[in-house]
Design a protein around this ligand. Structure first.
Ligand code: GLN
Length: 323
């Protein structure tokens, strides 16, 4: 893969991307089932790039915490694969694109409780259940994992953070708000349970899953946390996964990370990515960097409108692509 980082250099390029893609109008949607997300101003836009050589570039609102939502699914999958129990997980969830929306019920019933992949909600509920077999609180375990991978472990106020609320954190109020309107995720969990693909109570799995989604992080932190996926499984504080497991997560991101827009995203951006309805997208450039972009307004498939457009331009202007 060649990198054509011709002028302007990356820092200036990111500033230009922010100038060109920060929304000027409130075009796009916000999820109806997560009241907190409707309160985020439409004109937020941040981007950060963490390179395998240890540099971090960022621009715009890259230091503003946002709700990571389904980007959490990449990291819970990584945690599940870390335990050496991957074969029991892969007998419960497939690795095929779903071609359906992230919270669809239809396919799960037709396919007898085996979700198509770990990045749709049904698959993530199975991953959560798998983690809950080993720990009473997978969301807090995920928070610790992300805090370490983002280089934020240590006393509050260290690592360049302002004293006060430590980021990342679980926004428990946002989680409670989402839980109040989680009928669809509960329905998915009950289907899984009925088909014998959930060991814990359905309500407990959904509650933990919603808390994972409600973790607040910045673009800079998410780019750093995702670096192991671009760096043969090596995170900023050591090995997270084997190179082959890291490669496989990248493959699932490419084919399933944007739900029923995976093909369109691969066409436009040409890189493995994972979106969340908080408006974040984490993207991997194997061997080179992890990128996180955030802008809260979404397209009809639940992916950031401005974020996707910005990544398409960044990939074109840098030559970063897996193709
Ligand atoms: N918490 C959201 C949900 O379960 C996550 C969806 C997403 O980010 N695509 O509906």
């Amino acid at each position: 893969m060649s990198t054509t980082l011709s002028a302007p250099p990356l820092a200036l390029l990111l500033e230009d991307i922010v100038r060109r893609h920060r929304p000027q109008q409130g075009v796009g949607g916000v999820p109806t089932n997560i009241p907190f997300l409707a309160t985020v101003p439409f004109d937020r836009f941040g981007i950060a790039v963490a390179t395998t050589s240890g540099e971090v570039f960022s621009s715009g609102d890259a230091g503003v915490p946002f709700s990571i939502q389904s980007i959490s699914k990449v990291f819970t999958l990584a945690m599940a694969l870390q335990g050496g129990r991957s074969s029991s997980l892969w007998s419960r969830v497939l690795r095929e694109p779903s071609g359906t929306s992230f919270n669809s019920l239809v396919q799960l019933e037709a396919e007898k409780g085996i979700p198509r992949n770990p990045f749709i909600n049904a698959g993530a509920l199975v991953v959560t259940d798998h983690l809950l077999e080993e720990t009473p609180d997978a969301a807090s375990q995920l928070l610790r994992f992300l805090t370490e991978q983002a280089g934020q472990a240590g006393p509050a106020g260290s690592q360049g953070q302002a004293p006060g609320r430590r980021v990342p954190f679980i926004d428990e109020a946002a989680a409670a708000g989402e839980l109040d309107s989680s009928s669809r995720n509960l329905a998915l969990a009950h289907f899984l349970k009925d088909f014998g693909n959930l060991t814990q109570p359905a309500a407990a799995v959904v509650e933990n899953y919603v808390r994972q989604c409600s973790i607040m992080m910045t673009c800079v932190q998410l780019a750093k946390a995702g670096l192991f996926l671009a760096n043969n499984g090596e995170g900023i504080s050591g090995s997270v996964l084997s190179p082959s497991e890291a490669k496989r997560i990248g493959s699932i991101m490419l084919t399933c990370g944007m739900y029923d827009a995976a093909g369109e995203f691969a066409y436009r951006v040409g890189l493995p990515g994972k979106s969340g309805v908080g408006g974040g997208i984490l993207v991997i450039v194997p061997g080179q960097c992890a990128i996180c972009v955030w802008s809260p307004r979404l397209d009809a498939k639940g992916n950031s409108l401005a974020g996707t457009a910005a990544l398409a331009e960044l990939s074109d202007r840098t030559g970063w692509s897996v193709f």
